[in-house]
Design a binder for this molecule. Structure first.
Ligand code: TYM
Length: 331
């Protein structure tokens, strides 16, 4: 069976973008692939994390995976630092990837901002660790939101260069899976900005732990315009907020945008928002409740991570052994 790998950072509240762009697709792919889902704690520390907060966040992402429907008996669920093979392979990839490749990464530029000299070396080399996550399992497919596309292109470049340099057909050229109607969910306050954990405005995102009142309040306060909704997908010119809300509704309802517009085209926002609130509460409410329940049972969560870590390493260790041999490293 072909193998899926994907990861989510434990860096604060998980939101609707993480769910619709990634986690929901993780759940749906479980029957057709051999799946490895990772809480990427080594990626998280590329920027400062309070240790207790990090421990809590690792459990929270794990709870979200399970509450959303990932079956930890079938799929492998673990946190990255439980398997040292990620960091080992990342070092080899630090020696394969070129500075010029990393210099082109837009996410580093955004995250480092103006104070680039003060960014950690880890933040710069982050995409190499991400390639190592994927290729330590020779994963063939990686489900992600659109913002990770450039990192996955780098992963393909690294695999290709490794295979060429060593004359070995060793790593697969991994395919991204960017699926559904909400591959780039935007902020509820500004339709030109991505919904993000780091946005200072709490009204900009719906968190997976939000209850019905918070969900309703955030959707009611979501920025819109005064025109009725268009009936055609071409009718969103200059209306990014309207387009975003339609995309969210389509994804939550499992419909495509055309079908949604034929249902709600011509409606005013007040009416459409009432529908969106009902749908969001219906889909997200049970997930939030189940997350709270699981977070009350940290022994269970920790046992999932420890079992997943051992299963993950059983796959990656023989791959790393072969790789060390190809490179000429003895161990
Ligand atoms: P992270 O933790 O920022 O996000 C986790 C997943 O959520 C998706 N996502 C979104 N999708 C749609 N709309 C949004 N507004 C939105 N925000 C986030 C992301 O695309 C991602 O799929 N570098 C990765 C984590 C990672 C990884 C990997 C992913 C580390 N190693 C290996 C895949 C394979 C990241 O920071 O995701």
């Amino acid at each position: 069976m072909e193998r899926i790998f994907s990861g989510v950072q434990p860096t604060g509240d998980l939101h609707l973008g993480n769910y619709l762009g990634a986690i929901r697709n993780f759940v749906r792919l479980q029957d057709d692939y051999d799946c490895v889902y990772c809480v990427v704690d080594l990626h998280a520390i590329t920027v400062w994390q309070d240790p207790d907060e990090l421990r809590r966040s690792i459990r929270e992402v794990t709870a979200a995976f399970i509450a959303a429907g990932i079956d930890p008996k079938k799929s492998i669920v673990f946190n990255q630092s439980r398997n040292p093979n990620h960091a080992e392979l990342a070092w080899v990839f630090n020696c394969v990837a070129r500075l010029g490749w990393l210099n082109r990464m837009t996410q580093f530029k955004e995250k480092a901002g103006k104070n680039r000299e003060n960014a950690s070396v880890g933040l710069y080399a982050y995409p190499n660790l991400m390639a190592a996550d994927i290729l330590a399992y020779k994963a063939t497919h990686v489900p992600v939101g659109e913002d990770q596309k450039q990192h996955l292109e780098l992963c393909r470049d690294i695999a290709q260069k490794f295979n060429n340099d060593y004359g070995a057909d060793f790593f697969p050229i991994t395919e991204p899976l960017i699926l559904g109607e909400a591959t780039r969910v935007m902020s509820l306050r500004d339709g030109t900005k991505k919904m993000s954990k780091s946005d200072p405005s709490k009204l900009s995102r719906i968190n997976l732990t939000d209850g019905p009142d918070d969900i309703a309040q955030k959707i009611r306060k979501a920025r819109t315009d005064s025109a009725p909704l268009p009936s055609e997908p071409g009718g969103f010119e200059g209306r990014p907020e309207a387009e975003n809300l339609i995309g969210i509704y389509a994804a939550l309802s499992d419909l495509n945008r055309d079908a949604v517009l034929s249902e709600v085209g011509g409606m005013m926002f007040a009416d459409f928002k009432a529908r969106l609130i009902d749908k969001a509460v219906e889909v997200l409410g049970p997930i939030g409740l189940e997350m709270q329940r699981l977070l009350g049972d940290s022994d269970y969560i920790d046992s999932v991570l420890s079992d997943g870590g051992a299963r993950a390493r059983a796959i990656s260790q023989p791959i790393l052994d072969d790789l060390y041999d190809i490179v000429g490293l003895a161990r």
